[in-house]
Design a protein. Structure first.
Length: 457
């Protein structure tokens, strides 16, 4: 177990002291805290966290992802809409301290979770109060003013999300030694924003029902569909994790067999994503392109190791053998349903725009778009990586070669997209020889069908 750095512990202590200072006014007289509402919401949030801690109920989560504290953020957002800021912060503390923790150090993690959610609830309650949202929720005798309540609830959820993710970036930076900008950039803000806004709407529903003639009992019904939706979402993440494990296992098998190109698959996947983003792909399509890039050489598992690791020029017979790897790869993964279009990319990533590629000699638009993306990413990484049989070329030289072959070997759109992406984000070249310190010999002489820009596999 890696010990928690002192800076991270100091950061958590400061957050805990800040949360305590925010919640303290709710405990000091004269306090306007509506204790019935605050106590019920705090107990409800804590109660929602208990099933994951219970041994008997925890078994129900075995092999799956527990819903987690995010499932119950509507309770905290309802508290931000219904209570003064200090009382809203107070409602987060018991549940945060009782939350399930799967990794050590448990005490520090629970303290951090309680402190960060309390600070986020305090900031969200200040936002709601400044926008007049609590008054817009209505009363037992007057209905809600949704024109004012809805924007206020969304703003409250937005502030809650921003504070929580900013604090999370800080603890990641101190715990992992990352620059703050990098920790924030790779943090959960993009993934968390939409769920938090949905939680804000659920919190608004709870607040409106809480103030209605039906009272708190009706407000609690909002949590059931929210919990079920979060459970479904957790199951989706479990399935996605299984997909990732399948991909990792296949890539590790390729790397073990062809250690000359270790790391090549991951870099091709990354370059493919850069191209796809420039082309406007997103969501599931982006995942498909990434899977295609990572798995494009999985067919090497069917190629004899002596051919893959040969240092000299390939004979015509050896070249015919190695050119079978796209078909081998397609056959290996065609039964994996979630890969979708990635299967076609694995089969056709060595086709060329002018029809001189393999295995089927497709040309132009006959080649699947995903395969055209991977072809450019594959050639680019092959040129910019130092291996046991070839020296790396500078990025600028590799891009110039891709431009030269655009329209004959590669789709010009894909080449242009890669150039734009690298101009903006750059590229980290890597040595992928079998031994990092090994001497690199002269490049392997190309065979009759090998383009200057492409490795034979």
């Amino acid at each position: 177990m890696k010990p928690l750095p002192r800076t991270a512990r100091a950061y958590i202590v400061c957050a805990a002291l800040g949360a305590g200072a925010c919640a303290l006014p709710a405990l000091l007289p004269p306090s306007p805290t509506p204790w019935a509402t605050a106590g019920l919401l705090a107990a409800l949030y804590a109660l929602c966290e208990l099933p994951a801690r219970c041994r008997l109920l925890g078994r129900a989560h075995a092999g799956s992802v527990p819903p987690g504290p995010g499932s119950f953020f509507p309770v905290l957002l309802a508290a931000a809409l219904l209570l003064p800021p200090a009382a809203a912060a107070l409602t987060a503390l018991p549940g945060g301290l009782l939350a399930r923790v799967d990794e050590p150090p448990a005490g520090w993690r629970r303290t951090w979770r309680a402190a960060s959610t309390a600070l986020a609830a305090w900031a969200a309650a200040h936002t709601a109060g400044a926008l007049g949202t609590p008054a817009a929720l209505g009363t037992a005798t007057a209905g809600p003013d949704m024109r004012h309540a809805l924007p206020g609830a969304l703003a409250t959820a937005l502030v809650f999300c921003l504070v929580l993710t900013t604090l999370d970036g800080g603890v990641r930076a101190t715990a992992d030694g990352l620059p703050l900008r990098a920790a924030l950039r790779h943090g959960p803000l993009g993934r968390a924003l939409a769920p938090h806004l949905v939680h804000g709407l659920a919190g608004l529903m709870m607040g409106v029902l809480w103030r209605s003639p039906h009272g708190p009992a009706a407000a609690l019904l909002v949590l059931l569909p929210m919990y079920l939706s979060c459970w479904v979402f957790a199951q989706y993440h479990r399935e996605r994790a299984a997909h990732q494990a399948t991909i990792r296992a296949l890539v590790q098998a390729v790397d073990i067999k062809d250690s000359y190109t270790r790391g090549h698959s991951e870099r091709v996947g990354h370059a493919s994503v850069l191209i796809a983003r420039e082309l406007g792909m997103d969501g599931d399509r982006l995942d498909t392109v990434r899977f295609a890039g990572i798995l494009h050489d999985v067919g090497k598992l069917g190629v004899p190791t002596r051919v893959l690791r040969k240092d000299g020029p390939l004979t015509p017979e050896e070249r015919r053998i190695i050119e079978l790897h796209p078909e081998y790869g397609h056959e290996m993964i065609r039964g994996i349903g979630f890969l979708g279009e990635a299967r076609d990319a694995v089969l056709h990533h060595h086709e060329r725009i002018d029809g001189s590629g393999y295995p089927y000699g497709l040309r132009g638009e006959q080649i699947p778009e995903c395969a055209r993306v991977v072809a450019v990413a594959d050639a680019f990484d092959a040129m910019t990586s130092t291996r046991s049989y070839s020296r790396a070329r500078p990025v600028a030289t590799a891009l110039a070669e891709l431009r030269r072959c655009a329209g004959s070997h590669f789709d010009p759109r894909m080449v242009d997209a890669l150039v734009r992406a690298l101009d903006r984000e750059g590229w980290q070249t890597a040595v992928t020889a079998d031994e990092p310190g090994a001497q690199v010999p002269a490049p392997r002489a190309p065979g009759p069908r090998t383009a200057k820009t492409q490795e034979p596999a």
